[in-house]
Design a binder for this molecule. Structure first.
Ligand SMILES: Nc1ncnc2c1ncn2[C@@H]1O[C@H](COP(=O)(O)OP(=O)(O)OP(=O)(O)O)[C@@H](O)[C@H]1O
Length: 662
């Protein structure tokens, strides 16, 4: 398998040297056919409008090539007896989605996996790309040799159906980040810029390079998804429903582009629902699935003769793609499906390929692609060092944070507004002996604000980010460790700023003691609570979707509140529940606040509003709520330990989530 890795590396190195020398495609411009000229006309018309697509043809009518993405050596993909099972849950058994399917996907071809909804198209794509590993049986061969997943992933990319993009970055920023993460340090900035310019031009995104991604149209987003993965010039591209949700013009553009990529030696495999007759003709090969079995495999043009041969002729004027889907749906009876599956040998039959002689057997493929010298390759699939990944991810995080209306602007606004509201409600409560209980309520309110506002914001926003992480991590942009570290680092200054602004407002308005060390203690506790809440939010957001997370976040907080010592003092907690107060970080937070304000031998309080002040002496109040003794540092240590634990736990949750979907 290492030899295969070596082979891939060889291709990659060859590719790099080609980038530096003469680009292969300078000599191999592809003349336009009739369809191309039609497209060019359309492109020209659109170029005259405000929202234009740039033409990807030169003035002589040739398709403008990828100058900086040289051709790839074609890679053959074959699979034998591939089955895939999912567990339906505890004691519910298993469900087999793919039933021992076989197939051959030769290199340099644009291949469509078709079938009705639920036939198993996405599942087959996931299995072939290596995205799904658990529950998979059978063998996948790459150039005649059993697939080594690590080597295979180095030469492939996976483009999901939903465009998982960083919507707050411009097209160019997205491309630059992708180039920085996906191209090794040996590629210079100039080369990266040339590659980006080339890809954006060919994909018709050059004119939109300064547009924020969230403002792109569906078709442009899809092309950007493809552009991002093209940066490191993959040999095999898997695309899940690249045309879904696009108008016919955008569909044609995307498929035309895929065809160009296939012509350059890449194997392009995509699932597709029900293509129009015109779009269907664009594909070189079709693989039709029905209920997890192969009904047809072969050249697109051979589908009609095949249907004829099995006595299911395609009606005249009927789109063959529509007809075969109708058959696969069982509209003409299940026995027809079974007949086609049998005739096809569940994908083993190669009768209907264009040029059968060119289809090589596994041993012939191995001979054609001999083993190369083994070079040790690390298990790490990423192209750059972890320090570099961290730098790039932090850079991206900062751009996002500056533009994020929810996580940054709203968060700062909420902190200012809530601090001012609480300040007005508890104005000057901090120094007045008759308002000690009010002030205690205020401290608890501050604790709840820091906890809920930070946690819920993360619970609501992180699940959206999870999809992007899954895609980028699978496509080897970065390691999870680097991503997690970057998130933690980026959030820190914002947390400090929000906490500081909140603490200053509330501290001054509520008339807390004007001593720097007390302010420092108060701020420290606030910051630790915010960081713990953020980590809990990340954990819940990584594990659950938005709906479950929104429910579970507050619900899981209730026991922590019970044990904080607010309603029931720590002394009055039943002995069998005392353990709860030791694990409640809210208890340490509240105790820390109380100590910051009333501990450290605070002097006697003013008593101006009422003739009798029960808690004029702070020590008396501390004793009554059983928080006497200066516990502050113990609380800080406990909060630091909780923070560390939750952070580590969060990382493992994230890891587990990334692994479990596969
Ligand atoms: N984790 C799972 N548990 C149970 N059933 C599953 C699971 N994943 C997929 N399936 C089932 O497997 C079948 C194939 O799903 P898949 O998503 O591959 O279909 P598809 O052909 O891509 O459909 P569509 O075109 O609608 O996306 C469906 O019936 C789906 O319900």
């Amino acid at each position: 398998m290492d030899i295969l890795q070596q082979e891939v590396r060889g291709i990659a190195l060859a590719n790099l040297s080609e980038v530096q020398s003469a680009p292969v495609y300078n000599q191999t411009t592809v003349p336009l056919n009739r369809k191309d000229s039609r497209n060019m006309d359309q492109a020209v018309i659109r170029n005259n409008t405000a929202n234009s697509y740039p033409s990807n043809h030169d003035i002589e009518g040739h398709i403008r090539p990828f100058q900086n993405l040289p051709a790839r050596e074609a890679v053959d993909l074959q699979f034998k007896d591939v089955s895939y099972c999912v567990s339906l849950g505890f004691r519910k058994g298993q469900k087999e989605i793919l039933h021992k399917v076989n197939g051959k996907f030769p290199g340099s071809q644009l291949i469509a996996i078709m079938g009705p909804s639920g036939a198993g198209k996405s599942t087959l794509l996931d299995v072939l790309s290596g995205y799904r590993k658990t529950g998979v049986e059978g063998a996948v061969y790459v150039n005649g040799r059993i697939r080594n997943l690590n080597s295979f992933r180095r030469m492939t990319c996976y483009i999901t159906q939903d465009d998982r993009l960083q919507t707050l970055l411009t097209v160019l920023e997205n491309m630059r980040i992708a180039a920085d993460l996906k191209l090794g340090p040996e590629v210079s900035r100039h080369e990266k810029e040339s590659i980006i310019e080339d890809i954006l031009t060919v994909l018709g995104l050059y004119e939109h390079q300064f547009t924020i991604t969230k403002r792109l149209s569906g078709g442009q987003r899809k092309r950007l998804s493809i552009a991002l993965e093209l940066i490191n010039n993959p040999t095999i591209m898997f695309l899940d429903e690249p045309t879904t949700g696009l108008d016919s013009f955008s569909c044609n553009q995307v498929v035309d582009l895929l065809k160009q990529l296939a012509k350059q030696g890449r194997t392009i495999i995509c699932t597709i629902h029900q293509p129009s007759a015109k779009l269907f003709q664009e594909f070189d090969q079709v693989y039709v699935l029905s209920n997890g079995e192969c009904m047809y495999q072969g050249c697109t043009n051979s589908l009609v003769p095949f249907l004829q041969s099995v006595d299911m002729p395609c009606p005249v004027y009927h789109n063959p793609a529509d007809y075969v889907i109708e058959l696969a749906c069982g509209e003409y009876g299940d026995e027809r499906i079974q007949r086609m599956v049998m005739e096809m040998g569940n994908g083993e039959c190669t009768e209907w390929f264009t040029d059968k002689r060119k289809l090589l057997k596994l041993e012939q493929l191995r001979k054609k692609h001999p083993l190369k010298k083994i070079i040790e390759q690390s298990e790490d699939l990423t192209a750059t060092s972890q320090v570099h990944q961290l730098q790039v991810l932090i850079k991206r995080g900062i751009i996002k944070a500056k533009r994020d209306a929810t996580l940054t602007h709203l968060r700062i606004g909420v902190n200012i507004v809530i601090a001012a509201m609480l300040g007005f409600l508890f104005i000057d409560a901090g120094n007045e002996g008759s308002r000690v209980l009010d002030n205690y309520n205020l401290l608890f309110s501050i604790l709840m604000h820091h906890m809920m506002a930070t946690m819920m914001l993360t619970v609501l926003t992180f699940p959206t980010e999870m999809g992007v992480i899954l895609k980028e991590h699978f496509n080897r942009w970065y390691t999870l460790k680097c991503y997690y570290l970057s998130v933690s680092i980026i959030d820190l200054p914002l947390s400090v700023f929000c906490c500081l602004i909140f603490t200053v407002i509330i501290y001054l308005m509520s008339g807390q003691p004007m001593e720097w060390f007390r302010f420092g203690m108060f701020f420290t506790i606030s910051l630790l609570i915010v960081l713990i809440a953020q980590s809990l939010g990340l954990t819940i957001g990584a594990w659950f979707n938005v709906v479950n997370g929104t429910f579970l976040g507050p619900v899981l907080t209730i026991p922590m509140m019970m044990f904080a010592g607010f309603g029931v003092t720590l002394r009055d907690l039943p002995s069998y529940l005392k353990w709860g107060s030791h694990i409640s970080y809210l208890r340490y937070g509240l105790e820390g606040y109380v100590n910051a304000i009333y501990g450290e031998n605070r002097e006697t309080l003013d008593c101006e509003l009422k003739p009798y002040c029960h808690y004029r002496y702070p020590a008396k109040f501390l004793s009554e709520i059983s928080m006497e003794g200066d516990q502050f540092w113990k609380d800080v240590y406990a909060l630091c330990a909780t923070l560390l634990l939750v952070r580590v736990f969060c990382y493992f949750c994230l890891r587990w989530k990334v692994m479990s979907v596969r």
